[in-house]
Design a protein around this ligand. Structure first.
Ligand code: BV8
Length: 235
């Protein structure tokens, strides 16, 4: 028997690459996705970075430039409107490393980091990344040429997990938008929310590996189904 629905006071939304697809940014696992052109092991792991610093910097320099030019689409704008106009709390957690939520006016928790930020592997300093980073780019804090994109690679610990888990345990509605549900721990968030008594909904172009974990589904392109969903929530 599904849980009696609690009054809707807090919404947690997880977004993935599918949200930015219509802004022209490649997803990861769709046929023409980013990973189709690169092996994850080579460009999104610490081992791949250690093996070939230049290749990984080139991969992220290209994405940083593309992301800087990309416009937010109606889905990003609708989520910003929801954050602004919803009478309760709307927490946006994104796996995306682009800045499109912020361009649309949202605040988002970047659990996999951001293309626009740089990290020093030597002293852990973080700063706004230059558009092009190279293996020789010195850290502005310690001077060591040990700089890397401030993104969370496979095998690394996602950012803000304690805050995210707290939000999942105290929300009334959890929505996953444009994510294939193949990468953990993000793919497990729906279970956390469900166990805490939240209603759950998945918005995606297709069914995913985790669709059966959700109470409700909206199928279609994010730029169409997300504004409709936000209109329903704002009544
Ligand atoms: C960790 C940053 C420990 C870099 C990324 C075996 C089993 C289970 C887990 C593991 C395992 N072996 C290893 C693991 C752990 C591993 C993992 O999950 N591996 C997977 C591949 C099996 N995870 C990790 O290593 C993570 N760390 O586990 O640490 C830990 C755990 C908990 C607490 C403490 C410590 C770190 C993972 C982070 C990796 N970094 N990105 C970068 O971006 O370059 S992941 C990368 O994939 C992106 O962040 C991306 O967001 C993420 C997930 O992809 P999606 O966003 O879902 O995108 P995808 O292309 O897959 O899907 C697009 C979807 O959109 C599709 O469903 C499509 O239908 C839809 N779509 C397309 N167009 C549209 C659309 N929907 C609507 N409208 C459209 N127009």
């Amino acid at each position: 028997m599904s849980q009696p629905t609690r009054p809707l006071q807090k919404i947690v939304i997880l977004t993935g690459a599918g949200l930015s697809a219509e802004s022209g940014l490649g997803t990861f696992r769709d046929a023409d996705g980013l990973w189709a052109q690169h092996r994850i092991e080579d460009v999104a792991t610490p081992e791949g970075f250690a093996r070939n610093l230049q290749l990984v910097h080139d991969f992220y320099n290209a994405r940083r430039a593309q992301s800087a030019e990309a416009p937010p689409n109606p889905a990003h704008k609708a989520l910003a409107r929801l954050q602004q106009d919803f009478p309760g709390e709307v927490i946006l957690v994104t796996q995306n490393v682009d800045g499109l939520h912020e361009k649309a006016g949202s605040q988002a928790i970047h659990m996999h980091g951001e293309l626009a930020r740089a990290l020093c592997a030597q002293c852990d300093a973080r700063w706004d990344a230059p558009m092009v980073m190279t293996p020789d780019t010195p850290c502005p804090n310690c001077g060591t040429p040990a700089t890397r994109p401030d993104v969370v690679w496979f095998g690394e610990i996602p950012y803000h997990m304690d805050i995210i888990l707290d939000h999942l345990q105290t929300c009334d509605l959890f929505a996953a938008i444009g994510t294939s549900g193949q990468v953990y721990p993000a793919a497990g968030f729906v279970e956390e929310a469900r166990l805490a008594g939240a209603q759950t909904i998945e918005l995606n172009l297709d069914a995913t590996d985790v669709s059966r974990a959700f109470d409700a589904h909206r199928i279609g392109k994010a730029s169409q189904i997300v504004p409709d969903w936000v209109d329903t929530l704002l009544g």
